[in-house]
Design a protein around this ligand. Structure first.
Ligand SMILES: [Fe+2]
Ligand SMILES: [Fe+2]
Length: 160
């Protein structure tokens, strides 16, 4: 990112980069757990559950990439070791279901983490509104997808 593009950012850059790095860690942890569950899920109708999980896992990986790109644009560096990723999120690793066919537990794990993510991006959007247009747009874009994830899994719960 050039000098002028950094100058127009009216938030504390160090603090913003730290916020984005925490979100970056959350995204990797979510990707890991959702992807694991997509592969490991068993039981009746597991193909649908696997497809839903696989789809949102892909979104989280995309979010991690978008956040990393923005961190670099702002002059920072994304967290660069997996150990630090595990410890660096807003929330601890969401984990995976203990019983591979326990859909209720899967849905609970996902909806809890997605609700947390919505909070995180809502805060980043509020902090950057009118002060850092690009980060604001990114936060709104990611938040929109997290809202979609929460809704998809809440709907599954209501049907069961
Ligand atoms: Fe995400
Ligand atoms: Fe999500």
């Amino acid at each position: 990112m050039g000098k002028k593009s950094r100058e127009i950012v009216e938030v504390d850059l160090k603090e913003l980069i730290a916020d984005l790095n925490r979100a970056y860690c959350d995204e990797w942890l979510a990707f890991y757990a959702w992807n694991y569950m997509a592969i490991a899920v068993e039981g009746m109708g597991y193909e649908d559950m696997s497809e839903f999980l696989g789809k949102i896992a892909k979104d989280e990986l995309e979010h991690a990439t978008e956040l990393a790109e923005r961190i670099i644009e702002l002059g920072g560096l994304p967290i660069n070791t997996l150990g630090a990723v595990e410890k660096g999120g807003n929330e601890p690793y969401p984990g995976v279901m203990k019983n591979l066919s326990d859909y209720k537990e899967i849905i609970k794990i996902v909806t809890t983490a997605e609700a947390g993510a919505i909070d995180v991006y809502n805060k980043i959007a509020k902090k950057t509104f009118g002060k850092d247009h690009d980060t604001y747009q990114l936060a709104c874009h990611i938040m929109g997808e997290e809202i979609g994830h929460e809704e998809t899994f809440e709907n599954l719960l209501e049907k069961k």
